[in-house]
Design a protein around this ligand. Structure first.
Ligand SMILES: [Zn+2]
Length: 235
């Protein structure tokens, strides 16, 4: 496809990739099914040790067309780990994800890694990890530089107030819609692709559902597995 054609056809519509970190948590099935019913794609950056406990969750996601990606084995800050531990965090999780793709009978479409807390460790360690990621075939997602995956908007759903705090929840949601509207307005002006991050380990599924419903009402093209590599080009 001619990328310029793509750009013209999506002018004023932003491309958004949905990503979910920290799973599989207790809402994982609910969230994957919610997205699947709406025909939406997402990349799930999973924590290896959680995925090891819930391989059925990983298989469930794969069979619904989602991508599984690497968010380290134990979700510790890389600054607190030795270089050997850092590399093991990546490689062990990658082996588990390989096994899940194999069990699902699906060939792994790409290798994606996101640092927990986006903490790459000190400069020397970060350079070594970068080398490891390149060597092992990891690539960035839309909008990222380097072999690890960042994001452009964080819903900060980990701060969503408890169920009993109804009023606080209401104000949290209102502030999030305002922040998203502002962010999308800027992204639309700059014609850039967006990577949204939400989280799976915080029991925040009511907010998750509302966030997806909110995004579906915006002028957005949701990236899919087939359009994951789409890079916005200047028109
Ligand atoms: Zn995380």
């Amino acid at each position: 496809m001619n990328p310029f054609e793509t750009c013209r056809s999506t002018r004023n519509r932003i491309s958004v990739l949905l990503t979910l970190d920290d799973g599989p948590g207790k809402d994982f099935f609910r969230k994957t099914d919610f997205l699947h019913r709406r025909g939406l794609f997402a990349v799930f950056f999973c924590v290896g040790q959680l995925l090891e406990q819930k391989p059925d969750a990983g298989l469930h996601a794969l069979r619904r067309g989602f991508h599984l990606a690497n968010h380290s084995w134990s979700h510790r800050r890389f600054s607190d780990l030795s270089r050997r531990q850092q590399h093991e965090e990546i490689l062990r999780t990658d082996r588990l994800i390989d096994d899940l793709y194999h069990s699902a009978g699906i060939s792994r479409p790409g290798r994606y890694f996101r640092f927990p807390f986006l903490d790459r460790g000190d400069a020397e360690d970060a350079a070594m990890t970068r080398g490891l990621l390149v060597e092992t075939g990891h690539s960035p997602l839309t909008g990222s530089e380097g072999p690890d995956c960042g994001f452009t908007f964080d819903t900060r759903d980990y701060w969503y107030p408890a169920k009993s705090q109804k009023l606080k929840r209401f104000f949290f949601e209102q502030a999030l819609w305002r922040r998203m509207r502002r962010h999308l307005k800027t992204a639309r002006r700059e014609e850039r692709a967006e990577v949204f991050v939400m989280h799976d380990a915080w029991g925040s599924h009511p907010l998750f559902d509302k966030t997806i419903q909110f995004l579906q009402k915006q002028q957005i093209v949701f990236l899919t597995a087939a359009t994951l590599d789409r890079i916005p080009v200047p028109c």
